[in-house]
Design a protein around this ligand. Structure first.
Ligand SMILES: Nc1ncnc2c1ncn2[C@@H]1O[C@H](COP(=O)(O)OP(=O)(O)OP(=O)(O)O)[C@@H](O)[C@H]1O
Ligand SMILES: [Mg+2]
Length: 492
C-alpha cells in the first residue's frame, strides 16, 4: 500500500530513496524482527534450513492446520511440513515465535556454473524484539540438537552413494541418498560371540567418547578394517554397525572419483555420526602401478604422493588414468581434512589384506582389524536360530557333535550355509542333515586337496633338488586349492 502511494506521489528519481526510508521507519516502529533462513546459502546447502524443516515437521504434526504431507520413495514414514507460504506458531521457554515457509519462483538465469532449483525456499523466523537475546542463541542451538536427535531416532537411516563422481546436484550435494533398510544386526550376525562383544563395546566407547577424544586431543573418528573371504559377512557387519549406532552410511565408490580434491570435497559433504565405507579397497585401486612408481620413489612411506594411481577403463575400452594417490587416500582417512566433521567411522573391506599398503593399516587410520572367518560352530548356532528358529538344545546332541567335528575342516562361508538353510527352511530336519552332508563332502575335498598339494610340493622339491623356495610351492598349492573352492561354491 505504502509502495503504491510512493509510486504516485514521488517522482521516479526519489522513489528508491523514499522506499528505503519508509522501510527503515517500518522496521523501527515494528515490535518484531525477522530472520531469513534460506535453503541454499550462496552455493552450499544451509544445514540450518534442513534442521528447521526436520524440527518443524515434528511439531507441525501436532499443531498445524494446513500441512503438506510427503513420503519419500521407499521410506516408511510420512513427513509433515508447512505448505508454501504457510505459518506455524512455536513456543520456546514460554516465548512465542512464528515460522513462515516462503517459496518463490527463481528468476531464470542466463548463465550459471551449476543449475539451481527453480524454486527459492526458505523459512522466516519472526520474534518479538524484546525476546531477541533470549531466543536467538539457545533456540537455534536447541533446534539443531532436536533435529539431530529426530534424525537418529528416525528408523530410516540413509545410504549415500557418489554414483555421479564428484559432481554436484542442483542443491549442491555430491551424494545421492536412499533410505537404508538393511535388517542386519549384531544379533543376526554369525560370528564368534566374544569378538562380537569386543566390537560392540568398542563402538559404544567410541560413540560415548566425546569427552575422551577432546581431552586426549584426538580427532573423534575411528577406522575399522574388515577382511576375509567373500561371503563371510563383511557388508552385513557394516549394516549391523549402522543399525547399532543409528548412523548413516556413505558408500564411497572410489572408481568414480577422479582426483584427490574430488575425494576431499566428498569428505567435506559427509555429515557427523556417519560411517564412511570403501568396499573392496584392493579392487578400487590398481596396485600394480604402485610397483612401477615405487622404483622411481625412494621411500614409500615418507613420500607416498603418486604411489597409487587408480585406473579406470571407460565403456569404450579406453584407459583413463585417475589421479587419486595413496597420499590422497591416507589424508582422506587421517589428514586434517578428515576432521572437518566429528563422530565418524571409516570402514574399509577387503578380501586380500596382504595387498594393502602398511601405511593404510596403521593405528589411527585402521584402528581395529577384524577378520571375518569361515563359519565356526558358534556362528553355525546363530545361523540355525536365524533361519530355522532352532535354539540351543533343539537339535539332537549327537547331530550337533557331528556338525562340530566337521565344521572347521569344511571351511564353508556363512553365505553358503545360509543358502542351504534357506533352501530347506520348510523342512528343518532335512535342512540340518543336508548341511551335515555338504559339510562332510566339502571337508573330504579339502583334505584330499591338501594331500595332493603336499604330494605335489614334495614332487616339485625333488625335481628342483629342493632349490625352489618353499613359500612359492605353498602359494602355488594354495592358489589351486582356491580355484577348486570357487568352482565348488558354484555347484552348491
Ligand atoms: N557372518 C554372517 N552372519 C550372517 N549372515 C551372513 C554372514 N556372512 C554372510 N552372511 C549372509 O551371506 C550374504 C552375503 O554376505 P555379505 O555380503 O555380508 O558378505 P561379504 O563378506 O561382504 O562378501 P564380499 O567379500 O563378497 O563382499 C548376506 O546376505 C548374509 O545373509
Ligand atoms: Mg561385501
Amino acid at each position: 500500500f505504502c509502495q503504491s502511494i510512493i509510486h504516485t506521489v514521488f517522482p521516479p528519481e526519489l522513489r528508491f530513496a523514499s522506499v528505503k526510508i519508509f522501510q527503515r521507519i517500518f522496521h523501527w516502529a515494528s515490535s518484531y524482527c525477522y530472520y531469513d533462513i534460506t535453503e541454499i546459502d550462496g552455493v552450499n546447502t544451509n544445514e540450518l534450513y534442513n534442521a528447521v524443516q526436520l524440527y518443524l515437521s515434528s511439531s507441525a504434526s501436532i499443531t498445524g492446520n494446513r500441512l503438506s504431507l510427503t513420503r519419500g520413495l521407499n521410506s516408511s514414514a510420512i513427513t509433515f511440513g508447512l505448505t508454501n507460504n504457510d505459518r506455524l506458531i512455536d513456543t520456546y521457554n514460554g516465548v512465542q515465535v512464528i515460522w513462515e515457509h516462503v517459496v518463490t519462483q527463481r528468476q531464470s538465469q542466463s548463465f550459471s556454473w551449476r543449475p539451481l532449483p527453480e524454486e527459492k525456499r526458505g523459512f522466516t523466523l519472526r520474534i518479538n524484539k524484546k525476546n531477541k537475546a533470549v531466543i536467538l542463541d539457545s533456540y537455534l542451538n536447541f533446534i539443531m540438537e532436536r533435529a539431530n536427535e529426530i534424525r537418529r531416532l528416525n528408523q530410516d537411516r540413509l545410504l549415500y552413494t557418489n554414483s555421479r563422481g564428484g559432481s554436484l546436484d542442483a542443491r549442491g550435494h555430491p551424494w545421492e541418498s536412499v533410505p537404508f533398510k538393511h535388517p542386519s544386526t549384531f544379533d543376526t550376525l554369525a560370528m564368534d560371540p566374544s569378538k562380537k562383544v569386543q566390537i560392540m563395546s568398542d563402538l559404544k566407547d567410541f560413540a560415548d567418547g566425546q569427552e575422551f577424544y577432546r581431552r586426549t586431543g584426538r580427532a573423534w573418528k575411528r577406522g575399522y578394517l574388515l577382511y576375509g573371504p567373500p561371503g563371510t559377512g563383511k557388508s552385513s557387519m557394516i549394516a549391523a554397525m549402522a543399525n547399532h549406532l543409528g548412523y548413516d552410511i556413505y558408500d564411497l565408490e572410489l572408481t568414480e572419483v577422479h582426483t584427490n580434491s574430488e575425494l576431499r570435497k566428498l569428505l567435506m559433504k559427509t555429515s557427523s555420526k556417519s560411517i564412511i565405507v570403501i568396499e573392496d579397497i584392493d579392487c578400487s585401486i590398481n596396485l600394480t602401478n604402485r610397483k612401477k612408481s615405487n622404483n622411481s620413489t625412494s621411500s614409500a612411506v615418507r613420500s607416498p604422493e603418486g604411489l597409487l594411481t587408480t585406473e579406470m577403463r571407460g565403456a569404450a575400452g579406453e584407459e583413463s588414468v585417475n589421479s587419486i594417490t595413496l597420499s590422497g587416500l591416507l589424508n582422506f582417512t587421517d589428514g586434517l581434512w578428515s576432521c572437518c566433521g566429528s563422530e565418524r567411522i571409516f570402514v574399509f573391506t577387503t578380501n586380500h589384506i596382504e595387498k594393502l599398503d602398511p601405511a593404510l593399516l596403521r593405528s589411527g587410520r585402521m584402528d581395529m582389524h577384524i577378520f571375518m572367518s569361515y563359519c565356526s560352530f558358534d556362528s553355525l548356532k546363530i545361523l540355525f536360530k536365524n533361519y530355522l528358529e532352532y535354539d540351543e538344545g533343539d537339535i539332537d546332541e549327537d547331530l550337533m557333535e557331528q556338525l562340530k567335528q566337521v565344521i572347521d575342516k569344511a571351511e564353508m562361508t556363512p553365505a553358503d550355509i545360509s543358502e542351504l538353510l534357506i533352501k530347506n527352511r520348510r523342512d528343518k530336519e532335512r535342512a540340518v542333515w543336508e548341511l551335515l552332508e555338504a559339510l562332510r563332502t566339502r571337508a573330504e575335498k579339502k583334505e584330499k586337496g591338501n594331500v595332493i598339494n603336499e604330494e605335489e610340493q614334495e614332487k616339485r622339491a625333488l625335481e628342483t633338488n629342493g632349490f625352489e623356495d618353499d613359500e612359492m610351492f605353498k602359494k602355488f598349492g594354495k592358489q589351486e586349492q582356491r580355484e577348486e573352492e570357487f568352482s565348488d561354491e558354484k555347484i552348491i
